[in-house]
Design a binder for this molecule. Structure first.
Ligand code: AMP
Length: 619
């Protein structure tokens, strides 16, 4: 049997709207893994250029120069329909193009190596996950496969499925899709007890505590109420808005500046992607400044038509612009408390996570709501989710010592799940009410509604409305070949099965017969197994292209270095001549062979170093 030491670590990935973070359990503690730039969080950003693909910081750093091919915030698209009002609203502000693909699924359109390419949100997310996987692999110096990927607690079934698929496309084995507030709560609970260096034995407190996690990030907002104690993390209720966060506050500032520019200069910048992108960057910067200063300046040189733009904004004005959005946060706290059936005085601790909880007005609103209760901000708002996910990943992966492993998590369903029945307008029959602990398996019994009905269709919905037209259709299936019988005499049992990832399967069987259409809906979300396979293969090709591009750049850099050494005045003549010639030959070869094989490129690099050992010294 492999010893615990030899187990390849599983990682925890917080796949955020604006930033992602990866952590691992190692040396008896959680380590937040810095990326190649030394940053502990990585922009959830992918860029496509003439030469190749850029991920993370490299992508974000060139946004202003390449706005239409720099993709960000795909978490707002994943698992959604193009015609969703939230998607329609977002695409208005984005400099990159999004179109409706098959089955109304959004497709992101970019120019990659001179060709127009379309990607699903899952594919872009998989590229970010791949980046995080590579960050971890470099740090740990070993291939990494197993990972927990976190999602907002309020993510729907299709958003969860799509996130899981993104992990698969990135070559990860997603051992669990975990709710972000639950992960943050583990980080909170763990933090409390690591002080005593013995987690489960001296849990948070001898008694259970009701902990409310308020998580306001870049694009999503979650509130969860957990009961924590004795190593148990039990989610009692969850509420939130998958479309509320820092990006919306940025939108308001952008909108404000667009209007000001229009008033001052009689010009509309909204049609210019580059101007919009540059303005957005300046607005986001100003927003951060306003978290610690009462005023900030939004300044963009040559914003549009050669006009420099500069405006001062106060904290009070920023708060005014976002008033309704901030208020939506407290509505969701109320909703969550209602779901958990406790009053605000029943909450022992309020934990703030997510970058946008640094906004003073947000903190004040939460504090006022809880009538002055102290807010807990002791865990790093950007890292808490990955931190908690890493602890749980290590648990599931058997990495932690046995006595540290009795960590029990109970999550709940964020939305009610049901089937459409014939009942006038109120046609949603709920089978699994929201906030039901998962995993769970529940059933309902339906009957035929016509004489001699041989086929029954089961449309499956999620949502809180009694009318399915306001809920979200997850999929449908049917049972065919039912023996003719009078109306109401055939009974069909419909099972809803939700696994620990919160992913739903539905099956149905005609009672006292073997007739079942054991259909599992949404097994792959919007994608078929074949589509996922194709995407995995494509992801491999993109990765190979990235590696080849890196190898070419590296060879070119080496040749240029040789050339500059050749013109060094301290060097003897015959030596410099051969150096110069070799460098020129390499550069000419690279120009002639854009499709050269990576092995051939690497071979030439090694040859150059062998012929000119000075290159090794210089490196
Ligand atoms: P997260 O998804 O938790 O990483 O949060 C990212 C969001 O937090 C982005 O929208 C950031 O603009 C926002 N953010 C980060 N720092 C601050 C700050 N100091 N003040 C206001 N918003 C911030």
């Amino acid at each position: 049997m492999a010893s615990r030491r030899n187990i390849t670590p599983a990682i925890g990935i917080d796949l955020g709207t604006t930033y992602s973070c990866v952590a691992v359990w190692q040396n008896n503690r959680v380590e937040i893994i810095p990326n190649d730039q030394g940053n502990r969080i990585t922009p959830s950003c992918v860029a496509f250029t003439e030469d190749g693909r850029l991920l993370g910081d490299a992508a974000k750093n060139q946004t202003d120069m390449n706005p239409t091919n720099t993709v960000f915030a795909v978490k707002r698209l994943i698992g959604r329909r193009f015609s969703d009002s939230s998607v329609q609203n977002d695409v208005k502000y984005w400099p990159f193009k999004v179109v409706a693909g098959p089955s109304d699924r959004p497709r992101i359109v970019v120019n990659y190596r001179g060709n127009q390419k379309e990607f699903y949100a899952e594919e872009i997310s998989s590229m970010i996950l791949l980046k995080m996987k590579e960050v971890a692999e470099t740090y740990l110096a070993t291939p990494v496969k197993n990972a927990i990927v976190t999602v907002p607690a309020y993510f729907s079934d299709s958003q969860r499925q799509a996130t899981k698929n993104a992990g698969t496309i990135a070559g990860l084995n997603v051992i669990r899709i975990m709710d972000e507030p639950t992960a943050a709560a583990i980080a909170y609970g763990f933090d409390k007890i690591t002080v005593d260096a013995n987690f489960e034995k001296k849990t948070v407190d001898a008694n259970k505590k009701n902990v409310l996690v308020f998580d306001l990030g870049g694009g999503t907002f979650d509130v969860s109420l957990l009961s924590i104690g004795h190593g148990n993390f039990e989610v009692r209720a969850t509420a939130g808005d998958t479309h509320l966060g820092g990006e919306d506050f940025d939108d308001r500032l952008v909108d404000h500046c667009v209007k000001e520019f229009r008033t001052k200069y009689k010009k509309d910048i909204t049609g210019n992607a580059k101007s919009l992108r540059r303005l957005r960057t300046a607005c986001e910067r100003a927003k951060r400044i306003l978290s610690s200063s009462s005023r900030a300046t939004i300044e963009v040189d040559c914003l549009y038509d050669g006009i420099d733009f500069s405006t001062r904004i106060s904290q009070a004005r920023f708060e005014e612009l976002n008033k309704d959005l901030f208020m939506r946060c407290t509505d969701q706290i109320e909703e969550c408390l209602r779901g958990a059936e406790i009053g605000k005085t029943g909450v022992d601790v309020v934990v703030l996570v997510g970058g946008s909880t640094r906004i003073p007005k947000v903190q004040q609103l939460v504090q006022d709501f809880f009538e002055g209760k102290e807010l807990f901000m002791g865990i790093h708002p950007d890292e808490a989710v990955a931190y908690g996910a890493a602890i749980y990943a290590a648990n599931l992966n058997g990495q932690r010592e046995k006595d540290m492993q009795n960590l029990v998590l109970v999550d709940v369903t964020p939305l009610s799940l049901g089937v459409r029945v014939s009942n006038g307008f109120k046609d949603m029959s709920i089978v699994v009410p929201r906030n039901t602990p998962i995993p769970t398996k529940k059933y309902t019994r339906l009957t035929t509604i016509r004489d001699n009905q041989t086929i029954v269709v089961f449309p499956i919905y999620e949502g809180e409305s009694a009318e399915t037209k306001y809920n979200n259709l997850l999929g449908e299936f049917s049972i065919d070949g039912i023996d003719p019988a009078p109306e109401g005499s055939v009974i069909i049992r419909v099972w809803f099965d939700i696994d620990a990832d919160g992913i739903l399967s539905v099956s149905a069987q005609v009672e006292s017969t073997s007739l079942k259409n054991g259909i599992i809906i949404k097994q792959n979300g919007d994608l078929t197994a074949a589509e996922i396979q194709t995407m995995i293969e494509e992801a491999g090709r993109y990765k190979a292209e990235d590696e080849k591009h890196k190898a070419m750049i590296s060879l070119e850099d080496l040749a240029e270095k040789l050339e500059s050494l050749a013109v060094d005045p301290g060097r003897s003549k015959p030596d410099t001549k051969s150096m110069k010639e070799a460098a020129e030959n390499v550069i000419a070869w690279l120009d002639r062979n854009p499709h050269a094989d990576i092995d051939e490129i690497n071979k030439r690099r090694e040859q150059l170093k062998t012929t000119f050992p000075i290159l090794r010294e210089e490196n």
